[in-house]
Ligand binder design. Structure first.
Ligand code: G
Ligand code: G
Ligand code: MN
Ligand code: NA
Length: 253
């Protein structure tokens, strides 16, 4: 309850900021996009997103907080562009409450307009379980966003219950393999089989595949061999403050 009380004041007190984790495509080690990850530091002391995001979700506070995230991510992307940072897109996580909110599309439009970003410069991530909670409504909303030109990714893929027949009905562009399957790839034959199947299935649906939680050379080698398209994880980079990511992307390599 204490957490909830301070969360209610967090926006007013400007206690949020974003970090960004690069998503890498290996054709020449290009960083194509970066995922925005929300950070909260009330009184200077960080609270983990796994603790406060569920509370924000239950209380509905995630709606205004999520709107702030969208605006802040688009504004940051625009600043990077002005500095010549070679990034094609910024990617933002949407929660269930945000996704169900009737204003979502106008909130997204406004965030893009205010920052003067094109829809093609924004990606949205929604979890697999969120898609399956209300598939018909999800198809309707995602079709609007996708028709605008926004890239849609399914996050935490493999942890829910999507069937192949269902998945092809959603206007989605990317599937992000949950990091729980990537972790033991080198030692667990079941995880290796699941990852192999997800990549093949995604490609058969014309979706590209991002592997999350890539930490080792062996995981990367396995994924590469199976045609994974993009990678995200500590092997490449932790989530970074905006200026640190910019410095890295602008540094001659
Ligand atoms: O970096 P990590 O500990 O940041 O993130 C933990 C979890 O919090 C992940 O599941 C991530 O998707 C989620 N998360 C991070 N930022 C946001 C955000 O802005 N909105 C929502 N809804 N979830 C987020
Ligand atoms: O659920 P979502 O994919 O949005 O979560 C992103 C979360 O994954 C963030 O908490 C981020 O810090 C974390 N993360 C990113 N890369 C790695 C990694 O290589 N290993 C682990 N364990 N976590 C990671
Ligand atoms: Mn995500
Ligand atoms: Na995930």
């Amino acid at each position: 309850l204490e957490l909830e009380t301070s969360l209610r004041h967090a926006l007013d007190r400007r206690e949020f900021h974003l970090e960004f984790q690069p998503i890498v495509a290996l054709d020449g080690d290009v960083v194509r996009s970066a995922e925005a990850l929300l950070r909260w530091q009330p009184g200077g002391k960080a609270v983990a997103p796994d603790r406060f995001i569920p509370v924000a979700e239950e209380t509905g506070l995630i709606v205004p907080i999520g709107e702030w995230v969208l605006k802040a991510a688009c504004a940051q992307f625009k600043r990077w562009q002005a500095m010549g940072v070679p990034l094609g897109r910024v990617v933002v996580n949407l929660s269930a409450r945000q996704f169900a909110h009737r204003n979502l599309v106008s909130v997204v439009r406004r965030a893009l307009d205010e920052a003067d970003c094109a829809p093609e410069q924004l990606g949205l991530e929604i979890t697999e379980s969120l898609l399956m909670a209300n598939p018909l409504e999800a198809i309707r909303v995602l079709t609007v966003l996708s028709d605008m030109g926004i890239q849609i990714s399914v996050d935490d893929f493999g942890t829910g219950y999507s069937s192949l027949s269902y998945l092809k009905r959603f206007p989605i562009h990317k599937i992000k393999i949950d990091r729980s399957f990537v972790r033991d790839l080198a030692t667990d034959p079941e995880d290796a089989a699941i990852v192999t199947a997800i990549i093949a299935m995604a490609h058969s649906l014309d979706c590209s595949v991002v592997a999350e939680g890539v930490e080792t050379e062996q995981q990367l080698a396995f994924l590469r061999e199976r045609g994974c398209d993009e990678y995200q994880g500590y092997y490449f980079s932790r989530p970074l403050p905006a200026d640190t990511l910019m410095a890295r992307l602008l540094a001659p390599s």
